[in-house]
Design a protein around this ligand. Sequence first.
Ligand SMILES: [Ca+2]
Ligand SMILES: [Ca+2]
Length: 490
Amino acid sequence: MMEPQENTNDDSVPSPAPPPLPRERIPVQKGSVCSRSYFMVVMVFFHVYVLNVIALLLYVHYNSGSEAGSSSRDFSSRSNGHKVAEPLDPQPADPGFTRRMHLPRIEGIRVGHVQKVSLVPGKMHEMKTLSLKPLLFEIPHFLSEEECSVVVRLAQLKGLMESQVMVPEGQEELNQQLNLSPEEIFNLLDLNQDGQLQPHEILTHSRVRDGIWLTPENLREIYAGLKADHDGNGLLSLEEFGQLSSDAFQRFLLQRGVKRSQLVRNSRHTWLYQGQGAHQVLRDLRNRVIRLTRLPPSLVELSEPLQVVRYEQGGHYHAHHDSGPVYPETTCTHTRLAANTTSPFQTSCRYITVLFYLNTVEEGGETTFPVADNRTYEEVSLIQNDVDLLDTRKHCDKGNLRVKPTKGTAVFWYNYLSDGRGWVGEQDEYSLHGGCVVTRGTKWVANNWINVDPDYHRQARYQQLVSQQESQEQQLEKNPEQNTDTHQDL
Ligand SMILES: [Ca+2]
Ligand SMILES: [Ca+2]
């Protein structure tokens, strides 16, 4: 097989360009099929052809080699339940996973740009770019009126629960886990490092987790009630801060009595499974999301179920990010099975949010993107003395962009930037958004979140693990008498 290649080298004609032959010989040999120039040209093309074939064979061989590697591993784990732990190796077991999966990202072009998309057979949808930071699109008529009604009815049938419990828990637990001293916490909160905690520094922190929504007025009440601000300068020094427990603010408000409108979110929700065997409307929705986002179907299928949310009149959701920033220690909720570590920094890793409006709200209830396409993103400037851009009960009108809830319309945006190599990069802070207060009527929406681990190998291991588990289950269905305790391995 390798001989032609060696011959090529011997002939010193590795390129398809005919070799520069001595001019005087050409007329002599012209017209003869046995001439040297004709022979050389034929040989060059022959060699190039052979090289191409070899390259193609090598390509096929190596590609099918890695495929065969992974499928034989799948087979061995299928035939032997004890192999399940194998993909938990810290190194990716299958080099074929290395950068094989790319995440396409839809181009926004410019704000107001409309592109046609094919989501269902025989119909074209229009997708309009609403902002570039975050990359945000709107697609009217994504769901039919009937589909909207079915989703709402399925959610009602399942039953909705309060989106946020009144008593925020876990703060003490988190602090213990992080093992931070009051000094260390103070230093983290003191964003401008001036040795004092300004009101907005406290407010920014208090909003990271679901709890009672603190306003500047609340803070003044708390300082007075807890006698926290000894010198009355409106700021907390390290000494003043050190005398408070970590959840002192929330507890103070709780004791005073809290209304639902004072919470970070005031809504009810439920989750609807969209996998195999789910209601056809939910399956159709998932398939449409796959076509819309152009992501690998396996990624979308392994993402969170559909969340359906109902806001009553007066309901809201203050501005937030759907998924947190990613640090080296951060783990994703969905891939923790394959993470091998436990970390106090866990986030949902929601690469994309697809939000569906299931009804047209009579008044209010817009989705606000307070800093969309802002020139800069500064956390500090979100909360000024008189305007709190995160507050969707008071200051929705001051945000940069609002989307009106229209029945059947979908909006979707990327919560993370690209890493420039076809995978998930850093969090896009501009994806900050919230639900404005519903001033008249009820608001029904649904959310599809596409979960992707910014750690490519962790996502790959997770998918491998799930597919192995699925094939084992299929095997068990085929041979129910087979060893039934294999599932205990996971
Ligand atoms: Ca400060
Ligand atoms: Ca003070």
